[in-house]
Design a protein around this ligand. Structure first.
Ligand SMILES: Cc1ncc(COP(=O)(O)O)c(C=O)c1O
Length: 337
């Protein structure tokens, strides 16, 4: 999340926000996905901006602020049409009124007013203008009631890239931070001025000969059509390689793009190398920016029938993260580097 010269970090869960703070990140952190009984007090004590989209949340925040002996920083969330989290417009006056009362009583400070788009990745979708209008009305109402938000925010990545009037004070970019286009319909990463920063690579674990007619991996959904060589790639669905990409996921091995042969297993999958014999230990690149001819996260999304968001966010915990150039601007996962 960015605001002029200041950077905010936004997290879904409070545990993510608390982990960032514990890791030494100072600056503003906002966290929006709360459940009853959540760690409100810990968040308040860690100087995290919390979010309230309903009266139950506000009540828990006030109690936690009293227990902590300090005011909470609260951002009020409106459901302007997504139909997910946040306060319905009809309930906004009650939420704003109660938050203002709590602010006057010194329990909290209202730091933000925010909402989230439903269809920002579909340019021209009528819900975009409708949500913008509702959001403006709800902000105007709150400001009339005396709310002085530091930040008003509505835009996710597609809105950041294509709807300038939705930028307000801060934008909450997720997939764009990975350098990935939110949707192919909006353009490729390059067309949007983005460059994918994440590479997932593994070391080829084994290369071996196999005769024609040999079944490969669980269920034998692939059978070698001729005498061949098989390469074993030691990452599987437990590492975030989608099982739905069985028989279709692309991998760059030994300078050629190969396809997952048969099923992706929990920890590994196989490629048919068609007689090539890269060394065991050679790099297999599942996805990256594409500069070296490697597939991209979008290619995997298409192979698995999903979106690139799911490919980059599901990399498993046991895949080592390697931050390149000490700027943490590239992450290389896999078992090899
Ligand atoms: C509330 C909220 N804001 C921002 C984002 C980021 O969306 P995007 O990755 O499309 O930028 C998300 C994504 O899950 C979200 O839930």
């Amino acid at each position: 999340m960015c605001i002029r010269d200041r950077t905010w970090l936004g997290t879904a869960t409070p545990h993510e926000a608390l982990a960032l703070r514990a890791a030494g990140l100072d600056g503003r952190i906002m966290c929006w996905l709360w459940t009853p009984g959540g760690p409100w007090r810990e968040a308040i004590e860690a100087d995290i901006d919390v979010s309230a989209g309903g009266m139950w949340a506000l009540r828990e925040i006030v109690a936690a602020a009293e227990a902590a002996g300090r005011p909470a920083r609260v951002q009020l969330k409106a459901d302007t049409g997504l139909g997910r989290g946040g306060c319905q417009p009809a309930d906004w006056p009650e939420l704003v009124g109660a938050a203002r009362d709590a602010e006057r009583a010194g329990h909290l400070r209202i730091t933000g007013l925010w909402s989230h788009f439903a269809c920002a990745d579909e340019p021209g979708h009528p819900s975009i203008a409708a949500q913008l209008a509702v959001y403006r009305d709800l902000v105007a109402y709150a400001e009339k009631e005396g709310v002085e938000p530091e930040v008003r925010h509505l835009a996710n990545s597609p809105a950041t890239l294509t709807i300038p009037e939705a930028h307000f004070d801060l934008v909450r970019t997720g997939i764009a931070m990975y350098g990935i286009s939110p949707a192919p319909e909006l353009g490729t990463s390059a067309e949007l001025g983005l460059r994918p920063v994440m590479t997932l690579a593994a070391a080829v674990a084994l290369v071996k000969d196999a005769p024609a007619g040999h079944g490969v991996s669980y269920g034998h959904h692939y059978t070698t059509p001729a005498d061949t060589t098989l390469g074993l790639i030691p990452v599987g669905y437990a590492d975030g390689v989608p099982r739905h990409a069985s028989g279709s996921g692309p991998v760059l091995v030994g300078g050629k793009v190969r396809t997952v042969a048969g099923r992706v297993a929990m920890d590994q999958f196989v490629v048919d190398l068609q007689g090539d014999r890269p060394e065991a230990g050679a790099e297999a690149v599942l996805f990256g920016p594409g500069d070296r001819g490697e597939p991209t996260a979008q290619d995997w999304a298409e192979a698995a029938g999903t979106i690139a968001y799911e490919i980059v966010t599901r990399i498993g915990a046991r895949v080592p993260r390697v931050y390149v150039n000490e700027t943490a601007d590239e992450v290389t996962g896999g078992v090899s580097r």
